[in-house]
Design a protein around this ligand. Structure first.
Ligand code: ADP
Ligand code: MG
Length: 328
């Protein structure tokens, strides 16, 4: 059984959203404890029959919103001393740092369980289309709010900032569709060799195909962010995972969220889930992309997708907890 586990922001920051190094290490320790349990525990009662000698393969991916936000602040504050780095570099840097933090935490959690499973992190580029409408019309807010005066030099630098009223100004960037995980072959090779692999963090480093001045094909990073959950669905399909688990800070996707008639959603077919999404049950910047990712994976051949929190991860993989999206 092969599992793609997408870790939300809360798995990498403290509950109040702080992302100091100690907060990130503490959160990673909790998350990797759950992953190590999954790697070393027999399937839960009520689970699908799985071959007991068939080890669970786990591929991990993660969000990077708070971490990229911190890097952007450093860019802004230090711009007069060291040149700001582009957003695709920030994505690469967070993949490296979070990969390292997750590997440290996972190695420790596995050692405590007497497991000799090894892990690796792969800096992962994801191809997007140069003419993706999500690139030309930036809508995804990143980084912190600034005053109009603070935003002005950045706008002069070519960045796009929007007036968000009372809170101030916020940078917006493009959010293109992930088309192809360019480093998937490396991920797959490592997984096949028994490694637990951290890959495609922050949805992948967005790159487009371009030609250089001699007409040769090259890859060029773009200043955009790919949705982490949509990137996770594509990675899950590319590495032929059986199950996609989207781990966030709530145990279920909820119908009529935030109303007195709120109702947690259990098992649901993919076409019913699409109807519920079209009816507006899932907020576009948060639960919406998780539901979209869950549906894409199942529509394109995945066994099931589960949206839940880390506490339920073992049952989620077995399909007995969380919001479970299954084929029609
Ligand atoms: P992550 O950081 O794990 O990617 P997000 O904060 O983006 O998570 O999304 C999870 C959040 O989505 C929940 O904490 C909740 O506030 C919000 N949300 C919006 N709509 C729903 C819904 N219908 N059901 C459950 N949670 C929802
Ligand atoms: Mg969150």
């Amino acid at each position: 059984m092969r599992v793609l586990l997408a870790l939300g922001g809360n798995a990498m920051t403290s509950a109040d959203g702080r992302a100091r190094p100690e907060d990130q290490i503490a959160a990673a320790r909790v998350a990797m404890g759950a992953v190590a349990d999954l790697l070393t525990s027999p399937p839960a009662a009520g689970a699908d029959p799985v071959d007991p000698v068939d080890p669970v393969d786990v591929v991990l991916t993660h969000g990077n919103g708070p971490q990229v936000g911190n890097l952007l602040v450093k860019n802004e504050l230090a711009a007069g001393v060291v040149p700001p780095v582009p957003l695709d570099w920030c994505g690469a840097q967070t993949q490296g740092t979070l990969g390292f933090v997750l590997m440290d935490a996972l190695d420790d959690a596995l050692a405590r369980r007497d497991s000799d499973r090894r892990c690796a992190a792969v800096v992962t580029r994801t191809r997007v289309d140069a003419d993706d409408p999500g690139l030309s019309t930036p809508t995804k807010p990143v980084g912190r709010f600034l005053s109009a005066a603070e935003a002005e030099p950045l706008i002069a630098h070519g960045e796009i900032w929007e007036d968000r009223g009372e809170k101030g100004w916020r940078r917006v960037v493009g959010s293109p569709e992930p088309r192809e995980i360019l480093d998937a072959a490396a991920v797959r090779t490592l997984v096949d060799a028994g490694y637990v692999v951290v890959a495609n963090g922050g949805g992948g480093i967005p790159v487009v195909r371009d030609t250089d001045d001699r007409g040769r094909q090259v890859l060029r990073g773009v200043e955009a962010v790919i949705d982490k959950d949509l990137g996770a669905a594509l990675l899950a399909l590319t590495v032929e995972a059986d199950v996609l688990v989207v781990a966030t800070d709530v145990p279920h996707a909820i119908l009529r969220y935030g109303t007195p008639e709120a109702e947690p959603l259990g098992e649901v077919t993919v076409s019913r889930m699409r109807e519920l999404a079209a009816d507006g049950h899932f907020a576009s910047g948060s639960m919406g992309p998780k539901v979209d990712a869950a549906c894409r994976f199942v529509e394109q051949g995945g066994q099931r997708s589960v949206i839940t929190n880390l506490e339920h991860i073992l049952d989620a993989v077995a399909g007995t907890s969380g919001t479970v999206v299954v084929p029609d």
